[in-house]
Design a protein around this ligand. Structure first.
Ligand SMILES: NC(=O)c1ccc[n+]([C@@H]2O[C@H](COP(=O)([O-])OP(=O)(O)OC[C@H]3O[C@@H](n4cnc5c(N)ncnc54)[C@H](O)[C@@H]3O)[C@@H](O)[C@H]2O)c1
Ligand SMILES: [Zn+2]
Ligand SMILES: [Zn+2]
Length: 343
């Protein structure tokens, strides 16, 4: 079978002839998948450049993927060969306190496949039943590979103390901010505004049905507030840009006593006033990947047509051209949203 290995930063190696895992070796709850599509994620580009804080090398990348079940281990009950599926890339211990509380997405020993364990950039891949979600009849395998970022949106929008009926600003209209904003609408928020510094990305947001957009490079949130929300203000801010100015503008404009969800990964710690935060009684709430129910919610909402994925697919590359896909993303930062690898 074929496999792509990131041997070290900037060295993507295509291996045409690696031994494939065998169906007869499957143990217990293991499932053998034939991988069909892989979406490339911004964090993997960081690993490619050697700027991801915790990537092992060499590593097989690929954690946003879909595939077809080839064979199942003797203890598998929910899946059968031929089914289209996607799978969570989280390896957790099941023993630590967060795991025992059901917060396994923040397991003390979490390993994410494609970063601290090998991922799906290969024709065949063995996963465990507990992490697999079936794709409903008629859902494309390309959408299946986009369930992962959609589940990030499902989880992030489950984090505010309350979202239904609230006014929301999502800061950052990359793939993640876009899906977070679509989920806010799907979950019944009152008015959802997504911001960015790129008109291109705000245009994609519009195509996805997010009607209210704001280019903060032209009009800062504070100036736009009266036009956006009248005298209602907004009660939920979701930070999806990962930069200080984005978090700062949310903190400085959100209604007192409100919730700000941190989704963006901040490479540099923002220098923000803790006095202001305390005095405004703001809730800063983290959001880490997803749990299984978020995957299921994501699949359900995509299938229901509440989450639009088509405008997010920028370009496709065949498996052999993994390295070209990375170069393409580097050369088209602003205009590439989701680049898809077809196996
Ligand atoms: N918490 C999690 O589980 C999780 C999961 C996946 C990704 N992430 C993180 O979420 C963030 C978003 O991911 P992405 O793939 O969409 O990245 P991205 O880089 O494509 O999107 C970020 C967007 O923010 C915009 N931006 C920059 N400065 C801004 C500002 N001041 N105000 C508003 N927008 C601004 C950029 O133009 C860009 O469109 C990243 O930091 C990523 O690492 C977190
Ligand atoms: Zn990702
Ligand atoms: Zn654990």
């Amino acid at each position: 079978m074929r496999r792509v290995v990131l041997e070290q930063p900037h060295k993507v190696v295509f291996c045409p002839d690696v031994e494939a895992p065998k169906a007869e070796d499957l143990k217990g709850n293991e499932i053998l998948l034939n991988i069909k599509h892989i979406g490339i994620c911004g964090s993997e580009i960081h690993s490619y450049h050697g700027t991801h804080p915790s990537t092992m090398y060499p590593v097989v990348q690929g954690h946003e993927y879909s595939g077809v079940v080839v064979a199942v281990g003797p203890a598998v009950t929910k899946f059968r060969p031929g089914q289209n599926v996607t799978c969570r890339p989280q390896l957790v211990c099941g023993q630590c306190n967060p795991c025992r509380r059901g917060q396994y997405n923040v397991c003390e020993h979490l390993k994410v496949q494609a970063f601290q364990a090998d991922g799906a950039a290969q024709d065949y891949f063995v996963v465990t039943e507990d992490r697999v979600v079936a794709l409903p009849e008629g859902m494309s395998l390309t959408y299946g590979a986009m369930v992962e970022p959609t589940a990030v949106g499902a989880h992030a929008t489950s984090r505010p103390r309350e979202l239904m009926g609230k006014n929301v600003i999502v800061s950052g209209a990359g793939t993640i901010g876009n899906l977070v904003a679509q989920f806010c609408i799907a979950r019944g928020a009152k008015k959802v505004v997504v911001t960015d510094v790129s008109d291109y990305r705000l245009g994609i947001a519009q195509e996805c049905g997010i009607r209210h957009t704001l280019n903060v490079a032209k009009t800062p949130i504070r100036e736009a507030l009266p036009a956006l929300f009248g005298d209602e203000g907004y009660q939920v801010g979701i930070e999806c840009a990962g930069v200080e100015s984005s978090l700062r503008s949310l903190m400085e404009t959100i209604e007192k006593g409100s919730d700000i969800i941190i989704v963006g990964v901040h490479a540099h710690d923002p220098a923000l006033s803790m006095f202001y935060l305390g005095e405004h009684e703001l809730y800063l709430i983290g959001s880490m990947m997803y749990r299984h129910e978020d995957y299921e919610t994501a699949v359900r909402e995509i299938a229901a047509g509440h989450i639009k994925l088509e405008p997010l697919v920028t370009k496709r590359f065949p498996f052999e051209e993994y390295a070209e896909a990375y170069n393409y993303i580097d050369a088209h930062r602003e205009t590439s949203m989701k680049v898809m690898i077809d196996l």
